[in-house]
Design a protein around this ligand. Structure first.
Ligand SMILES: *[C@@H]1O[C@H](CO)[C@@H](O)[C@H](O)[C@H]1NC(C)=O
Length: 190
């Protein structure tokens, strides 16, 4: 029941995506107690005609269950992996070979989200390391995609809710001054 409630809340959060595709989008993570199995969860999502799923990681069981479906998928490189991926190309290539390639293109992976909310404002020492590894990690994954001739998968990151310094009115929103440089850099290199 809690799971269904979560699904429902997530589907409200991604209503803007839903409007674009005419379908529901779901945020799907496996942290919690008494969750239905991935198989059952995916069955529920199929019956809801979910169009897009954002995974909290690149869970191979879930990605396999989604293969051959028409559900578009965003996989996430967990924050814990960002420093290693950004600094160790061997490790990055290994992540790509083991977590991405076995599922592409049979699973419609559309996005690789590098980290989740990394650019938040609560920068203690550890977070600062994530922060500085984010762009190198995004680039190395983009390079792996390019090396395999994969052009229709976007590399991006999930912004934290405090990414905006000013958010009203929406048309004059600005990013926080300490991250705007990183965001502009991503834009010009995309
Ligand atoms: C880089 O990653 C590879 C593969 O996981 C590992 O064997 C190697 O020790 C790592 N190198 C460094 C400097 O951490």
């Amino acid at each position: 029941m809690a799971f269904l409630a979560l699904l429902f809340i997530s589907s409200l959060l991604v209503v803007s995506l839903a409007e674009i595709s005419g379908k529901i989008g779901i945020n799907y993570g496996r942290e919690g107690e008494d969750l239905p199995s991935p198989y059952v969860s995916i069955q529920i999502m199929k019956s809801m005609k979910v169009g897009q799923i954002e995974l909290a990681d690149s869970n191979p069981e879930i990605l396999t269950l989604l293969s051959g479906t028409r559900i578009h998928v965003a996989v996430t490189v967990p924050n814990d992996d960002i420093i290693r991926i950004g600094s160790n190309e061997t490790y990055a290539e290994q992540w790509f070979r083991n977590s991405f390639m076995p599922h592409y293109p049979n699973t419609l992976i559309q996005f690789v989200l590098v980290g989740n909310g990394v650019l938040n404002s609560g920068l203690d020492g550890d977070r600062m390391m994530f922060y500085d590894s984010l762009l190198p990690a995004m680039r190395v994954i983009k390079n792996s995609l390019n090396a395999h001739g994969i052009k229709n998968v976007k590399v991006t990151t999930t912004l934290p809710t405090d990414a905006l310094q000013m958010s009203f009115p929406p048309s004059s929103s600005t990013f926080r001054s300490d991250i705007v440089g990183k965001i502009d850099c991503c834009k010009t290199r995309s």
